[in-house]
Structures are given as structure tokens and as C-alpha cells.
Design a protein around this ligand. Structure first.
Ligand code: PEP
Ligand code: MN
Length: 352
């Protein structure tokens, strides 16, 4: 149930409404806007009719939320959320580029990639230390050593870091090093992981499961919010279809759809979404055109030698091209790309 307080409702009136909702056994999520306060009452609301709540002093409207996600719903929070990751803002007017290797392989390659990412205007560095691999014989990541490398390179290049956490017991350790916890596609419905990331309060990047509907994805986000962490960014990374040319089918319609129902920022991963290096830049541009708040891409100094996902990794010179393309699209939409000359209204982009 959403309870919209009147403009100018007093603090006492709001307090009384909160008390009554709590007495009815409901949890409360308060969102205070410039003009009015909105209370989200979470729990079994069947006993409380909206008309009863509307008769309480200071209440303008009470609306039942029918969607299974409440805290993630636009009805609770009509304005889009901005998630802050150690200085990087995701969901604001700036389109965000997150780049880095699929896996952290060693310090040298991470440094080279981070330098190219920073020079291209990336806001964050990605890199997996714990890798969910289909085969148990494939490279599984460097674990804690990889996290230490990420932390070192973060301070060298001043780039906040996003990295995957695969299990609830890893959340505490990964949080010591990372600025954002990535929940991978294969773990989107690992409910104990979602709960632990919710309790951790670290910003979270929730990938869409490769066989999950938009509704299931938003309910997975709701888990993290319901366990106390409102800092969630959604990431569309492609779903399984009958098409076999691409690794996945990048469902860009999920971007405006998720944004329609949900206030959380949405970014797109065209690397896993296509599995093919030459498709990454065009699909990244399409993602921004569809309203995404940013893209996360894999990049490697020598993609053909990468220990994972080389075929879909950009080489470092392509990061600059990607950034220029994104700046061009962002400008058309009245958005900007950090540190990019394309922000200047007089800038003439080269032909695409
Ligand atoms: C990754 O980002 O390297 C990754 C494994 O992503 P996904 O969970 O989307 O497959
Ligand atoms: Mn990968």
C-alpha cells in the first residue's frame, strides 16, 4: 500500500499514520520528496481499506500496489533513483561507462585496461575475481588475490570497482574490496545471496537471469531492497532464445519496460548480450538510445589471449571509439558522457 501524505501535512500527522500502520503489522518505507512524504506500507494490507487510511488526518491518498514488487515500484517512488558508488553516479543525467576485463588475470593487464578505461571516460572498472564458469575445468578467477589487485588499481586510477560475488558467505569479503557487488545472471534467483547483499548495504548490480522474465528480475531486485539495501542497479545482459549466431539475445525492450515499472537505474551489458566483439559498440549505442543509464563492457589488452570471454571483449583502442559513439547518442537525448568532448554543444562527431 502506498500512502501519499498531503502537501504540508505536519510531522505529527505523518508520525500518527506511521504508528497506525505499524500497529496493523506493516513495515514502513518512507520516501520524503521536496513537496510531500510518501509512505510504503509493506505486508498483509488486506485488513486495511484504502478509504479508511484516506480518512486519517494529513493523508491525501492511499493506493494498493498490485505488482509483486513494492519498494522497487515507480508507484512508491515516481522519480528515478540515482545510485552512488564511491563517486560514480548511476541513473543521473550522465550516461555511465563501466569497462574492464571479464576476469582479473594479473596486475599488468588490469592496469593497462584501467588506464584505457579511465582515458575513455569510464566511471567504473569491472573485473571478475570469482568467476561462474560453465565448466569446472575453466579458469575460475584469482579469488582474494584478484580482489586485492582490483583494490590496488582502483586507487591508482581513481576508478570505483564492480566485481561479482557468487555466494552469501563471500559478501563480507568482497565488500571489503569492492565498491559495488555484482550478482551474476546465474545467481539472479539465489535468494540467500540476494538477502545477504540486501543486508550488506553495498551498491548492487543485479544482472537479469538468462532465462528470467522482467517480472522475475524486478522481484529479485525487490529482495535486495526488502532486506535493507536501496542501492540497486539493474543490468540487462541478454536472454536465451533459439538464435544461435549470438551468445544471447540482448533484450533492449527490457530497458524501457523495467524503467516504466521500477525507479531503479538500468544499464546494459552488450558483451554478454551478444558474445561478439563487433556487435558490442552498435548494441551499446542502441542501449543508450533505448534509455539505459549506462553500459558495462568487457575489454582486454589482448582479447584473443584472454582467459575468459575474449571473443566478446573489446581491445583497448575500441574503448575510445565506444565512448565517442555513446557521447553522440547521449547528446541527442539531452544527456552527457563524463569527460567527453561530445558534451560540448559545438562538438561535431565523426560519422558512424
Ligand atoms: C560477467 O560479467 O563476467 C558475467 C559472468 O556476467 P553474466 O552473469 O551476465 O553472465
Ligand atoms: Mn564475462
Amino acid at each position: 500500500m502506498i500512502v501519499v501524505m498531503r502537501c504540508g501535512a505536519t510531522a505529527e500527522e505523518t508520525e500518527l499514520v506511521k504508528q497506525r500502520l505499524t500497529q496493523a503489522g506493516l513495515g514502513i518505507h518512507e520516501s520524503t520528496g521536496e513537496e510531500r512524504t510518501i509512505l510504503g506500507a509493506i505486508g498483509d494490507v488486506r485488513k486495511l481499506a484504502p478509504e479508511t487510511i484516506e480518512s486519517w488526518p494529513g493523508v491525501e491518498r492511499a493506493i494498493r500496489i498490485l505488482e509483486p514488487y513494492k519498494l522497487a515500484s515507480r508507484k512508491l517512488k515516481p522519480q528515478p533513483s540515482v545510485v552512488e558508488c564511491n563517486g560514480a553516479m548511476i541513473g543521473g543525467p550522465e550516461v555511465v561507462l563501466i569497462a574492464g576485463p571479464c576476469s582479473v588475470e594479473n596486475l599488468d593487464m588490469l592496469r593497462l585496461t584501467a588506464r584505457a578505461a579511465r582515458d575513455a571516460g569510464a566511471s567504473m572498472l569491472r573485473g571478475g575475481a570469482f568467476k561462474p564458469r560453465t565448466s569446472p575445468y575453466s579458469f575460475q578467477g584469482l579469488g582474494r588475490e584478484g580482489l586485492e589487485m582490483l583494490a590496488e588499481v582502483r586507487s591508482e586510477f581513481n576508478l570505483p570497482v564492480v566485481t561479482e560475488v557468487m555466494a552469501p558467505e563471500q559478501v563480507e569479503m568482497v565488500s571489503e574490496y569492492a565498491d559495488m557487488l555484482q550478482i551474476g545472471a546465474r545467481n539472479m534467483q539465489n535468494f540467500s545471496l540476494l538477502q545477504e547483499v540486501g543486508r550488506s548495504k553495498k551498491p548492487a548490480l543485479l544482472k537479469r537471469g538468462m532465462m528470467s522474465s522482467i517480472d522475475e528480475w524486478l522481484q529479485a531486485a525487490e529482495y535486495i531492497l526488502a532486506y535493507g539495501n536501496m542501492q540497486v542497479v539493474l543490468c540487462e545482459r541478454g536472454i536465451r532464445t533459439f538464435e544461435s549466431y549470438t551468445r544471447n539475445t540482448l533484450d533492449l525492450s527490457a530497458v524501457p519496460a523495467a524503467k516504466k515499472f521500477c525507479h531503479l537505474p538500468v544499464i546494459v551489458d552488450p558483451s554478454h548480450g551478444t558474445g561478439k566483439r563487433d556487435l558490442v559498440i552498435p548494441m551499446a549505442m542502441a542501449a543508450i538510445a533505448a534509455g539505459a543509464d549506462g553500459v558495462i563492457v568487457e575489454a582486454h589488452p589482448d582479447p584473443d589471449k584472454a582467459l575468459s570471454d575474449g571473443a566478446q571483449s573489446l581491445d583497448l583502442s575500441q574503448l575510445g571509439i565506444l565512448s565517442t559513439r555513446l557521447a553522440g547518442i547521449a547528446r541527442v537525448l539531452g544527456r552527457t558522457m563524463r569527460n567527453h568532448p561530445g558534451n560540448d554543444p559545438g562538438y561535431q562527431p565523426e560519422a558512424v
